[in-house]
Structure formats: C-alpha cells, structure tokens
Design a protein around this ligand. Structure first.
Ligand code: ADP
Ligand code: MG
Length: 353
C-alpha cells in the first residue's frame, strides 16, 4: 500500500511546479493577504510557503494529509460553480508521500501560539506540538522525491529548466492577484537569501507587472480589452415574416495587456505569455498561437508579452480535465479563437492605444 500511495501521489505531484502550484493555491483558498514563498537550493532542499490565511482548525489535524480529505467541496454539484482552486484533497497527502513534510498552523484566536504538525508518509498524523506562530499556515516540503530515487535524480539533472518553469508559474500568480502581498525568495546552498520579487498588496494588475517585470516592461504594453461574441443559433434561423428563432449570445471577455506592435525593445521571451481563465492560471497554447500569429503581422521579429484573462461563464469550460488543473477545456474554443483573431487584428490596426 505504501508503494501504491507513492505511485499515485507521483501523478499529482509530478515536479517542482506542482508543489509550488498546490501550496500557493491552498494559501489563496485560505484567504491569505500575504504569501511568502521561500526556496532553498531552487527547491531541491526546501520549498516553504508561509501565509496569513485562515489557519487550520484542530478538528482537521488528523485528516489533513489523508487522501481525498478536503474542506472545500460540500457537495458534488459544487464542482460546476467552484470558486476555490483546490477540491480534490490530494495535494497534501501526495506531498506527504513524496517529501519530508510538515505544517505549522495557527488560528487568529490562538496567536502567538500555533501547532507544528508532523506526518508519516502515509499521511498519518504522528506529532502535534506547540510552537510560536502568527495567524496562518506554513507548509514545509523538504527533500522532494527523496524516496523516489529515479525521479529525484531526474529533478536534480533538470533543475535549471524546472526552476525556469517555477518562476513562470510564480509570475503568473503574482501578476493576476491583486490585494495580495506575494513575496518570492531563494537561498542558494551556500550564500544569502535573495529576494526575487514582491508585490505589495497592489490594487491593479499594472502595478503587479511593474513589481514583477519592471517599469520598462510595463511601458511597452497596451491594454487588452476585447469582447468576443459567441452567438449560437439553436433551431431554424430567422425566416421572413417570422419571429427570430431562439438565439443565445454569449460574451467572452479578454482582459489584460499585450505588447504594442512597434515597441522596438529587445526580444520578448515566451515566458512572458500568461493566460488565465477567470483568474485561474492555465496553459492555453492555442490562444498563445493566435496572439503570436496576429502580432507577427505587425511586428515580424518578435513575440508579444501577453497577460490575458479570459472571463467567461463557468459552464463554458471544464477545469477538471487534468490532475493539476493546468489544462482547461473551453467548450467553444474554435469559435473563440476565430473571434479573437479578428479582435486582435483590429486592436493592432487601430492606433488609439
Ligand atoms: P484541497 O485543496 O483540494 O482541499 P489539499 O490536499 O491541497 O486539498 O489540502 C487539504 C486541506 O488542507 C484543505 O482542504 C484545507 O482544509 C487544508 N489546507 C491546506 N493548506 C492550507 C492553508 N495554507 N491554509 C489553510 N488550510 C489549508
Ligand atoms: Mg489544495
């Protein structure tokens, strides 16, 4: 059973990115206004996520790291209207199986005293001790994959690429979350801790972009503010002298920023292409392609910086398609892309940005 648990966990936590993603999303779900992500040795030694969110109540200590224990999903029908990032209750149990894992948590009423929780790799709670703590939760993930030697070696071998992916993901959260103090730092095995970036409870995405990428990067962007009308006619179309058949029109809003076509700066790297669905960071390679293609008609030598939040009704997409929820299935994607292509062309064509 221990082996089975480890193998299944390896499907939820596939790499360093999944660790970061799950922990940051738990902190967001806990309503944190401060999230402090700390790496040691680019995450090979430690990933720690400190937050000042709700904290964990004592009645949840025992089940916290057990499989499929979640406090977020009251009934199955909730999935369609889900507003939290998590709902499967698999992340902590998986991290427990794949790392040296512990948690310190504190409810507001109990500060400055909190509880350090220790678990065995099965997820069983084996220790709870009183420690000094402020309201919120810190999760410690040390020595990721220490008990899966092949995967550990692979992680070490590819750490440069992995680290790059982790930074992209962190940028993605940092830019979209307003009213959040999001701090990321890294400490090399030998040497001092280095602050990578910090957003400061900003009210706007614009300020977040400046904190993460710098004012120079922001200066070459234009606002992305387009509405895509997806009308699907059901039943027969309009006939002369008759009433128009039932016609449903849905608006998909695309909001964010994109490079001004002729900004003349150095090459923009693709890691600055950030997509979201209703604020949830995700991978949308097809959208990325449309942006790149239209942009290159105006600026042949570069790819644009993109921050695009696709805002649409929750029944128009499905998050639950991959365990990491990074891949989102948009139901009418072909039509959306068609409309997007036209909208971008007219945005770049018009000079009023
Ligand atoms: P899920 O997020 O799908 O519910 P997880 O395994 O990520 O599952 O977390 C299990 C449970 O642990 C959550 O439902 C939540 O109750 C609690 N939890 C995890 N991280 C935090 C945190 N940072 N603050 C408060 N509660 C947390
Ligand atoms: Mg979670």
């Amino acid at each position: 059973p221990a082996t089975v648990h480890r193998i299944q966990s390896g499907q939820v936590i596939v790499d360093l990115c999944s660790v970061v993603k799950e922990l940051v999303e738990n902190s967001l779900d806990a309503g944190a206004a401060n999230i402090d992500v700390r790496f040691r040795n680019q995450g090979l030694d430690a990933v720690e996520v400190h937050d000042n969110g709700s904290g964990i109540s004592p009645e949840n200590y025992e089940t916290l790291a057990l499989k499929h224990h979640t406090s977020k999903l009251a009934t199955f029908s909730d999935i369609s209207t889900l507003r939290t990032f998590g709902f499967r209750g698999e992340a902590l149990s998986s991290l427990c199986a794949l790392s040296r894992f512990s948690v310190v948590t504190c409810l507001a009423a109990d500060a400055p005293k909190g509880t350090r929780l220790e678990f065995e790799s099965s997820g069983k709670l084996v220790g709870a001790s009183v420690v000094a703590a402020q309201k919120g939760t810190t999760v410690f993930v040390n020595d990721l994959f220490y008990n899966l030697p092949v995967r550990r070696r692979e992680l070490e071998r590819n750490i440069k690429r992995e680290w790059g992916k982790v930074l992209v993901l962190l940028n993605q959260y940092a830019c979209i979350q307003t009213n959040l103090n999001f701090t990321v730092s890294q400490q090399p095995s030998k040497g001092k801790r280095v602050l990578l970036f910090s957003t400061k409870g900003n009210k706007t995405t614009r300020e977040n972009i400046i904190n993460v990428f710098g004012a120079k990067a922001m200066a070459v962007l234009i606002a992305l503010d387009v509405d895509l009308e997806l009308d699907s006619t059901s039943g027969p179309g309009p006939r002369s002298g008759q009433h128009v058949a039932e016609q449903k029109s849905t608006t998909v809003r695309v909001r964010g920023f994109v490079s001004r076509p002729a900004h003349g700066e150095g090459r923009q790297t693709p890691d600055r292409q950030m997509f979201y669905v209703n604020g949830r960071p995700c991978l949308l390679p097809q959208f990325s392609r449309v942006f790149n293609e239209v942009y290159r008609l105006y600026n042949a030598s570069q790819s644009p910086f993109i921050l695009a939040n696709i805002e649409l009704d929750t029944h128009l997409y499905d998050v639950n398609v991959s365990p990491d929820k990074r891949t989102i299935l948009l139901h009418d994607q072909a039509r959306m892309l068609e409309r997007l292509r036209d909208a971008l062309a007219s945005l770049f064509e018009s000079n009023d940005y």
